[in-house]
Design a protein around this ligand. Structure first.
Ligand code: SF4
Ligand code: SF4
Length: 371
């Protein structure tokens, strides 16, 4: 094993602070709660990076498991007084580990899939739009693109179809491209920066070729990555980026939405809530349809669905325990609908064995059904 690549002074200070602090986040990290293991807490993760960085204790398998099992959900940051941003620290640590030549074969499935298939699901990139090809506008040279993301394109087809139908109902002129590749988020979160940059550059050059001005996506991870990370990493990024929630919200006062005679709760996706500070808009939409009952963990304290940061691929048992905890919260408040705004969250909820009669839908599907 080679030594980890060095961090900036600022990053080292944040790692030091986290390794030695009073642990306000202690009882809130989903991986620590689900595993009951001290190794899976934010501060032990930072301590592992810190000790390796100082040459005191080089990474071993336990340390790497601790670092790669972080969901990058940043729930700990809500409770963190110095706001060290553990999710970012772990993303940087993973990138450094991957680029320093450590054996990361245990955690590399997502990065390799994105390099080889341009999606983390190992699906044929040529078939990206096959499941909703019939709905795609023909000969369209619109300046807006609907970016469906990998989960929307290959797994949660109902969300893809609902997004297309809804944009049509809202009279928005848009196009979809078969050349779309993963937004890069899963590779980015798991430390495979080169794989991420490869797909990011491809997407931007396709949008530029088509003279696209606006990108709309139903996926919270795509939304945050394209809106916040593309401009940071790519110099010529000049696009207007919207989540489907922005589009619905902008038309909300004029939408003849039917109401729902059942109780709903809303799960804040980590990337949309803590990542982009979007909490009120989905609630305003849902309150027009029904009245929301909040789960114990909501808004900036929302509990991760358990799929983030590569944890579902690399630590499936841990991921399943976390989704069960989240589903139990919804069941405990007696709602009929659990609504989210991210295809990955919806897909993850369906992995739980406890769902019972709970109906799991994306906000785009619900609005499309009621319009
Ligand atoms: S994440 Fe924040 S609160 Fe938790 S140990 Fe690190 S510095 Fe302290
Ligand atoms: S980002 Fe999430 S999983 Fe990672 S340490 Fe913080 S709370 Fe735990």
């Amino acid at each position: 094993m080679s030594k980890n690549k060095g961090f900036s002074r600022k990053i080292r200070l944040r790692l030091e602070m986290c390794s030695t602090c009073m642990k306000m986040c202690r009882d809130n990290c989903p991986t620590a709660i689900a595993s009951c293991s001290e190794s899976f807490t934010p501060y032990i993760r930072s301590l592992n990076v810190n000790l390796n960085e100082k040459g005191i204790r080089p990474y071993d398998e336990g340390a790497l498991d601790s670092i790669f099992s972080c969901l990058t959900c940043n729930l700990c940051n809500t409770f963190c007084l110095p706001k060290v941003d553990e999710a970012e620290l772990m993303e940087l640590a993973r990138t450094s580990i991957v680029e320093s030549g450590f054996d990361v074969s245990k955690y590399s499935r997502i990065g390799e899939s994105i390099s080889n298939y341009y999606n983390p699901l190992r699906e044929d990139p040529q078939n990206r739009i096959n499941s909703f090809r019939d709905l795609i506008p023909k000969d369209n040279d619109a300046e807006t693109i609907l970016f469906l993301g990998c989960m929307g394109s290959y797994r949660e087809i109902e969300i893809a179809r609902a997004s297309i139908e809804l944009l049509n109902k809202l009279h928005i002129d848009f196009t979809i491209m078969n050349e779309e590749r993963c937004c890069g988020s899963p590779a980015f979160r798991t430390g495979f920066l080169k794989s991420a940059l490869n797909v990011m550059n491809h997407n931007v050059s396709e949008w530029q070729k088509r003279e696209i001005k606006t990108i709309i996506t139903p996926c919270s991870a795509c939304y945050r990555t394209i809106k916040s990370f593309y401009p940071k990493y790519l110099s010529d990024f000049d696009f207007n980026v919207k989540h489907m929630i922005d589009v619905i919200k902008s038309k909300l006062d004029h939408l003849p939405l039917k109401t729902l005679n059942s109780k709903v709760t809303y799960h804040d996706p980590c990337h949309l809530g803590r990542g982009m500070d979007i909490y009120d808009e989905p609630r305003e939409i849902l309150n027009k349809i029904s009245s929301i009952i909040e789960m114990d963990h909501n808004r900036d304290k929302s509990f991760c669905c358990g799929a983030g940061g590569g944890v579902r691929a690399n630590f499936p048992e841990l991921s399943r325990k976390i989704v069960d905890l989240r589903i139990n919260e919804a069941l405990n408040i007696g709602v009929k609908y659990l609504i989210s705004a991210c295809p990955l969250c919806k897909n993850q909820f369906k992995q739980s064995t406890n769902i019972g009669t709970l109906k799991i839908l994306d906000i785009v599907e619900l609005v499309n059904q009621l319009l």
